[in-house]
Design a protein around this ligand. Structure first.
Ligand SMILES: CCCCC/C=C\C/C=C\C/C=C\C/C=C\CCCC(=O)SCCNC(=O)CCNC(=O)[C@H](O)C(C)(C)COP(=O)(O)OP(=O)(O)OC[C@H]1O[C@@H](n2cnc3c(N)ncnc32)[C@H](O)[C@@H]1OP(=O)(O)O
Length: 264
């Protein structure tokens, strides 16, 4: 049986992915996504009554920290690219008004749902310790430092990723599994942004040149095609000026129902 609370939490998580800022107690939606009556408009149809959710209490007991904002571990490349895309998230019109630009930064928290009982039932204690894989290293700069920006018009997204010292594979370089994790995360986030709830069905990765630990790289994802429930996304990992290809990948994401995630 699907708990409606779980569905509401997932919708809330998806709204995070889609770039809506969330504060304790309510959703603060982006202006460009608001209808005249103030309801959320999702670009896909699997959740059609988000309006009711806008008044539900925040399910977490703490004020969530957005991990995709600059911190002291970010190097100059990471900061420069963050500024480059962030400055295009909001533009000023000739008459001095601010409006959304072509890019949008996606906030990122260390977990998406409070309780998501799918598959084997987990106790509340275990559930309360669940953390999003890429956001579970406490020391700033030690693991996955990244920020994702999406461009709705061009149906593409970029991720600025700085690989920390805990991600070592070959000496001095990033582990292939850590690179795959980032590719899955960014392509999966992009597919979710475009198609709603999805799961990765297939990921193909070609490692072309190693990534130095501590360096900053760019993941650029684009939509290849959509066919029914299938969303095909490709991804290139390059150095910061895109002159060197490190990794390339393609992913297939299948749209799922809420029941699939919640063990239905
Ligand atoms: C993912 C969360 C979404 C919800 C989000 C909520 C909150 C979000 C907030 C924050 C999250 C932040 C970031 C998210 C970041 C990363 C995302 C990571 C995503 C993952 O890390 S996710 C884990 C790994 N992932 C799995 O654990 C999947 C295991 N798997 C399955 O759960 C099923 O396998 C499923 C559902 C994939 C399909 O099952 P199904 O029964 O629905 O569909 P079925 O098998 O019938 O296939 C229908 C058509 O797809 C074709 N097809 C199927 N599989 C194929 C394949 N591999 N290759 C080529 N074609 C394939 C068939 O051939 C058929 O094609 P046709 O219709 O043409 O005949």
């Amino acid at each position: 049986m699907i708990r409606t609370g779980g569905v509401q939490q997932i919708a809330r998580g998806l709204c995070q992915i889609m770039g809506r800022e969330i504060s304790k107690g309510n959703f603060n939606t982006n202006i460009s996504q608001m209808t005249p009556r103030g309801t959320l408009q999702l670009p896909w149809s699997s959740i059609n009554s988000v309006r009711t959710m806008a008044v539900l209490p925040w399910p977490f007991s703490f004020q969530p920290r957005d991990f995709s904002l600059p911190n002291s571990s970010w190097g100059s490349d990471m900061r420069r690219l963050y500024e480059h895309y962030n400055s295009q998230c909001e533009v000023e019109t000739d008459d001095g008004e601010k409006k959304w630009g072509v890019w949008r930064r996606l906030p990122s928290y260390n977990r998406s749902l409070k309780y998501a009982t799918g598959g084997v039932y987990l106790s509340k204690i275990i559930q309360s310790k669940a953390r999003l894989f890429t956001r579970n290293i406490r020391e700033q700069g030690a693991g996955f430092e990244y920020v994702v920006f999406v461009n709705k018009q061009e149906q593409k997204c970029v991720c600025v990723f700085q690989a920390g010292h805990l991600l070592e594979g070959p000496p001095g370089h990033v582990h292939g599994g850590a690179i795959a994790t980032m590719i899955d995360t960014v392509t999966g986030t992009h597919a979710t942004y475009l198609s709603g709830p999805v799961m990765t069905a297939n990921l193909n990765i070609n490692y072309r040149s190693p990534i130095s630990l501590g360096s900053t790289v760019l993941l650029t994802c684009s939509l290849d095609k959509k066919e029914g429930r299938k969303t095909f996304v490709s991804c290139q990992v390059t150095n910061t000026d895109s002159s060197k290809l490190h990794t390339e990948a393609t992913g297939l994401f299948l749209s799922i129902t809420m029941g699939h995630l919640l063990g239905g």
